[in-house]
Write a protein that binds this ligand. Sequence first.
Ligand code: PBG
Length: 334
Amino acid sequence: MPSSGSFPATRMRRVRATSWRRRLVRETVLTADDLIQPLFVVEGSGVRQDVASLPGVARLSIDNAVTFAKEAQALGIPALALFPVIDSALKNDQGSEAVNPKNLLCRAVAAIKKAVPDVGIICDVALDPYTVHGHDGLFIDDDVANDATVEVLVKQALVLAEAGCDIVAPSDMMDGRIGAIRRALEDKKFVNTMILSYAVKYASAFYGPFRDAVGSKGALGAKGKHTYQMDAANTGEALREAALDVAEGADIVMVKPGMPYLDVIAAVKAHVNVPVFAYQVSGEYAMLSLAAANGAFDRDAAFRESLLAFKRAGASAILTYAAMDIARTLTGKV
Ligand code: PBG
């Protein structure tokens, strides 16, 4: 008999031979608990506008968003990430609508929390939906000004917390904003408002359809967001970003985009002691959806496989535009 560890004492296929064996040895599972559904909100009532570059995704007015949130809850989705589509008449250089306590996003948060209190609400903290130039902060002397932007972001985080937002998610990549927001939240007694930091956010081509959806393409020039979002080449810098944000008071850190950065998710997970979330961004969603629509593969199976890969890499939860679709297939035990 050959020693154990070699063929035929070891036949790797034994544990794969039937469904029940595979289920017993499975190392990673994907459930609805792992999925966060992003949602684009627009002004009006009864509005549902398809987003051309994101097949199956629509911008919803607040009334329809409330119905959508109820569906999410029924499917067991723990949280929604809300993004506002701001009328161009309300945009300016300063993004001042972001700090208006009666803005579209604040009204949407309040309406959803009232109707569906048990679904968590996550809101971006960044100025890009509100600025004419499409940058995440105040654009001064040909660049986004860090410290002046942080002051506005603090105010934005406070109006969102006041409206009932459970998790503020700074997605702007300014230095020092997590500490500043945490101090302000504590000062105003928002002690249970969580901070999900987009700590490791790369300057990425994969955000294209999102900028379409919220109308934030603006006048971003060739420089794009490279002076504040990370260079795709770097991992060590990702670990420094994540560690700094944890030290400043982030409850959760996020890596974004997702599929091209699974190595970064695994590295960040090993480096910090807080939950790590990941964002399967708009371009990734478009890629999978359009390939499936062209007959390349089964859409749901491809999404499930990609989302399982995030879990395997160490993500605790994943933002994905396919969250509710996939939750449907998981509850159906396909
Ligand atoms: C804005 C923001 C972006 C995304 C989430 N928040 C775009 C950007 O930074 O330009 C991208 C999400 C996606 O592509 O799905 N700060």
